[in-house]
Design a protein around this ligand. Structure first.
Ligand code: SF4
Length: 103
C-alpha cells in the first residue's frame, strides 16, 4: 500500500486501531492511566501492556502515530529512542492528543 496523504495515514491508523482495540488489555480502561507521567503511573500502564496479546501491533502503531502516552509497553521517551534506532518517522495525524484504544 502506498501512503501519500495525511488522509491515507489517518485511514491506516484507524484500521490498525480497529484491529488492536477489540483484543487489547486496556479496552475499557481509564485512558488517563496511559498518560500518567509519574514513575508509578508509567509502571502501572506497562504492567497492563505486559500481558496484552496485541502489544507488538500496538507498538508498531504507536511508533508511527503516537507521540504521547504509554503504548505497547513503552513510554514517550522509549518510543523516541526506538524511532531513532529503527529509522521510523513519527506522523502527527492528530490535531489534539487522543488515545482511542482506551476510549
Ligand atoms: S496500550 Fe497497547 S499494549 Fe498496552 S494494553 Fe493497550 S493495546 Fe495492549
Amino acid at each position: 500500500m502506498i501512503i501519500n496523504t495525511m488522509a491515507d495515514h489517518r485511514a491506516q491508523a484507524k484500521r490498525m486501531l480497529d484491529v488492536i482495540k477489540p483484543l487489547s488489555n486496556c479496552l475499557g480502561s481509564d485512558p488517563d492511566i496511559f498518560f500518567d507521567e509519574t514513575i508509578e503511573g508509567r509502571k502501572h500502564a506497562k504492567s497492563i501492556c505486559a500481558s496484552c496479546g496485541v502489544r507488538s501491533k500496538c507498538l508498531d502503531y504507536a511508533l508511527k502515530y503516537e507521540r504521547y502516552g504509554s503504548w505497547g509497553g513503552t513510554d514517550e521517551k522509549e518510543r523516541m529512542q526506538l524511532r531513532k534506532r529503527l529509522g521510523i518517522r513519527l506522523v502527527d495525524i492528530y490535531v489534539r492528543q487522543q488515545h482511542e484504544v482506551h476510549a
